[in-house]
Write a protein that binds this ligand. Structure first.
Ligand code: HEC
Length: 154
């Protein structure tokens, strides 16, 4: 009888303990990503950068490195295959994936491919590809435009 009582107390203590520490759901918002684009973002999607936004940041860095290679007259290397993910990567607001986006994405991939397929004219093709970034951004996401313009090779 005593044992049962002790077990019951332990059980109650354990369950009570569980109730005392409810899982705290921290709501850390990533305001910088939201600030990059003008549209208000849905609350629950603000926790982290979307897959597409992360790809964009990666593309930015890679294009900066590519610019340096072109300026130094180094080999441009191979077309970065992951760029095609622009067609499928999850976005902050999926309603942005419309006909305009798909067309601009295809133009952008073509412009990037030209840099690698015709490296003799890498500088010209690189600048055309930056324009392709901007063409989409002018219709979709104005925030990063000043940053993207800095990529141009003068
Ligand atoms: C087909 C349209 C399209 C093209 C082309 C495009 N972007 Fe974007 N970009 C977007 C959209 C849409 C977002 C917003 C992504 C999101 O929030 O999910 C974005 C976001 C960004 C961001 C902000 C990411 C963040 O931190 O939130 C940067 C920087 C960026 N793009 C740079 C570039 C660069 C550099 C290029 C060209 C090398 C480029 N983009 C080409 C549509 C495009």
């Amino acid at each position: 009888m005593k044992k049962v009582f002790i077990l019951a107390v332990i059980f109650i203590a354990l369950t009570a303990c569980k109730k005392e520490t409810p899982a705290k759901t921290e709501t850390v918002k990533k305001d910088t990503a939201a600030a990059a684009c003008t549209k208000p973002k849905k609350e629950f999607k603000m926790y982290e950068m979307s897959e597409l936004a992360a790809l964009m940041e990666q593309m930015y860095v890679e294009n900066e490195q590519l610019k340096q290679r072109i300026l130094k007259g180094e080999a441009v290397g191979h077309f970065p295959e992951h760029l095609v993910k622009i067609h499928s990567a999850a976005m902050t607001d999926e309603s942005d994936r419309d006909a305009f986006f798909n067309e601009q994405a295809a133009n952008f991939i073509k412009a990037q491919e030209l840099i690698y397929n015709d490296p003799k004219n890498a500088k010209q093709h690189f600048n055309d590809a930056v324009t392709a970034c901007l063409n989409c951004h002018e219709g979709k996401c104005g925030g990063p435009i000043p940053r993207i313009k800095k990529l141009y090779i003068k």
